[in-house]
Ligand binder design. Sequence first.
Ligand SMILES: Cc1cc2nc3c(=O)[nH]c(=O)nc-3n(C[C@H](O)[C@H](O)[C@H](O)COP(=O)(O)OP(=O)(O)OC[C@H]3O[C@@H](n4cnc5c(N)ncnc54)[C@H](O)[C@@H]3O)c2cc1C
Length: 337
Amino acid sequence: MPAKEREFRLSHSRIIVIGAGVAGLTCALELSERGFGVEVIERRPRLGEGACSWMAGGMLAPWCERASTDAAVLTLGEPSIDWWARHFAGTVRKGTLVVAPPRDAAELTRFAERTHGREWCDEAGVADLEPDFAGRFRRGLFFAGEAHLDPRRALPAIADLLAERGVPIHFGVDVPPGDLTVDCRGLAARDVLPDLRGVRGEMVAVRSRDLSLSRPVRLLHPRIPLYIVPRGDGVFMIGATMIESEVRGGASVRSTVELLNAAYTLHPAFGEAEILEIGADLRPAFPDNLPAVRRGPRGLLVNGLYRHGFLLAPAMARQAADLVEMDNADLRQRRSA
Ligand SMILES: Cc1cc2nc3c(=O)[nH]c(=O)nc-3n(C[C@H](O)[C@H](O)[C@H](O)COP(=O)(O)OP(=O)(O)OC[C@H]3O[C@@H](n4cnc5c(N)ncnc54)[C@H](O)[C@@H]3O)c2cc1C
């Protein structure tokens, strides 16, 4: 057994959360806030390395997502916006703007029919929200209640909150689940969750000094819908493909070209942008594309966050903590009987 593993096993006597992606960190924080002693173990040496959560756009967009997902995503996701705003000061509540090129204007009407929590804006309204789009789109849909964050700032912020509460994260430790665990290993948990599958997502990060956006913008397109999330300092995340494939490795040329083409359609200034990163990962998904907290032989399994990791992790953390509290109450009752 490697030294680090031995050290860890000797020291633990609390609830162990396995995996420091968004699911694991939010579960650890929720459990700690409810008074449980918690430790997190992460097999990688650094936060975010190898985690699907590091690749995410960080959109907190329950109303937009309702256009293509189950109502549960809206019910569970809406309260998460407040959760993130309470726990991460970098949460930006400026809504989402949805537009379509003139030839795909019917897509906008279809999107409006499948969603609520939005208002129509005309050309001037689009330009009021995003002045760089002046004259580019005749109509748009504005989802004022939505928010966004930068996952690469949000995860370290949650890790800091955990550290302040005395919750350690043991990096570089890869142990099989022990007794009281909350397993948040993402796609790596397929050994105990055989119905989990990977849905490939590819993204591109660029820097443009010629363009400024205040909020995520979605471009509707029948074949390659795209979103762009501003990260500040001229950086934009362009995402994301949704491919039923478990092939690992970097983004394909085809996906990259399509994402960049769509960004160019959104605004030609993207043509001059500097490419900073091209990335890909597999989203962990159950057959119904909804997340779940399940009981396993050694504890709880929190998984299947699919394309809604940041949006739904707080709700999953609450469900997991409710179950841990229930089990603890049962145990106390049995002991006192
Ligand atoms: C391109 C792209 C864009 C996305 N955009 C968004 C978005 O805008 N909004 C949104 O809400 N969601 C988005 N998502 C989805 C989101 O990223 C995922 O739902 C989420 O990251 C899943 O989180 P997780 O914690 O379950 O898994 P992960 O983030 O993969 O975390 C699992 C962690 O467990 C660790 N681990 C694995 N095995 C072990 C072991 N044996 N011991 C210890 N540690 C272990 C891993 O190293 C990893 O750190 C996007 C995804 C992609 C790919």
